[in-house]
Design a protein around this ligand. Structure first.
Ligand code: OAD
Length: 250
């Protein structure tokens, strides 16, 4: 399943960072973006998740996000999310960097989570910047508009061509650089700058482990590739003995 090298690194590690993508939520029932189930109607994610597409046809983009919101609100975290939440109690310095917008890490109990691509649970007006939660009355319209300035309301997610908020990116880079062991889990590793984090971690000295059901763009850089489903692999990592710095040793 995994090597002695990984067991030894994890047993001695104080700083561990995990970087996740859509694959970690696949076993909760959230469809991934690429591969067989990737298309929604006939559209690729790149054709919907961008500002131009939204301005051209906000109704369509909203229809897609509502579809994903409905899925996300009806699913629950899986054993992979829970194992990651448990790992946070074992290591002195532990961070989750996620590309997912589904909030499942937080729902599983993870506390230090950097959401690179935003959250499907938040929305804001592109006119005045006001925030709108998903249950706001304005969100019930097919094309939601701001109650205050009539501007279009959009999901608070990072679209293609947009920048990851600077503070979240800087904290993510720092967590990658501090990591003694860096896991990349359930991501195809094709969307940048997120996909540069494993290289940043490795350059700074991390042991880079990839967990995926198939090889990806990142696999050639990995010190160890664990082929398997994250909900099966991650709970097994917890069996590696660890002093549990936070709660255990004096
Ligand atoms: P992708 O859909 O590109 O990749 C999902 C990855 O998960 C693939 O490599 C699968 O092989 C793997 N996978 C599927 N099931 C798995 C399982 N049970 N266990 C482990 N791995 C599994 O999703 P992301 O890499 O997350 O961004 O996509 C990155 C970004 O592209 C997303 O954040 C989103 C999208 O466009 C934006 O919308 C800006």
């Amino acid at each position: 399943m995994f090597s002695r090298a990984l067991a030894s690194r994890l047993s001695n590690a104080e700083s561990v960072t995990v970087f996740t993508g859509a694959g970690i939520s696949a076993e909760s029932g959230v469809p991934t973006f690429r591969g067989k189930e990737g298309l929604w109607k006939k559209f690729k994610v790149e054709e919907l998740a961008n500002f131009d597409a939204f301005m051209r046809d906000p109704r369509l983009v909203w229809e897609w996000y509502r579809h994903r919101m409905t899925i996300v609100s009806s699913v629950v975290p899986n054993p992979g999310h829970y194992a990651i939440a448990e790992m946070e109690n074992l290591f002195k310095d532990f961070s989750v960097i996620t590309q997912n917008i589904d909030n499942l890490h937080q729902r599983a109990g993870s506390r230090t989570v950097y959401e690179l691509h935003g959250s499907i649970e938040r929305n804001f007006c592109i006119g005045c910047g006001r925030d709108f939660p998903n249950d706001a009355t304005a969100l019930k319209e097919a094309v939601p508009r701001c109650d205050f300035c009539s501007g279009l309301i959009r999901p608070d997610v990072v679209w293609f061509g947009e920048l990851i908020p600077g503070d979240i990116w800087n904290r993510s880079v720092s967590a990658a650089e501090r990591a003694e062991v860096f896991f990349s889990i359930g991501t195809s590793g094709v969307v940048y700058p997120a996909a540069s984090l494993p290289s940043i971690a490795k350059r700074a000295g991390a042991y880079f482990v990839e967990i995926n059901v198939e090889p990806t763009e990142l696999t050639s850089k990995a010190d160890e590739f664990i082929c398997g489903k994250s909900a099966s692999v991650l709970p097994r990592l917890l069996s590696i003995p660890h002093p549990g710095h936070k709660h255990g040793s004096p």
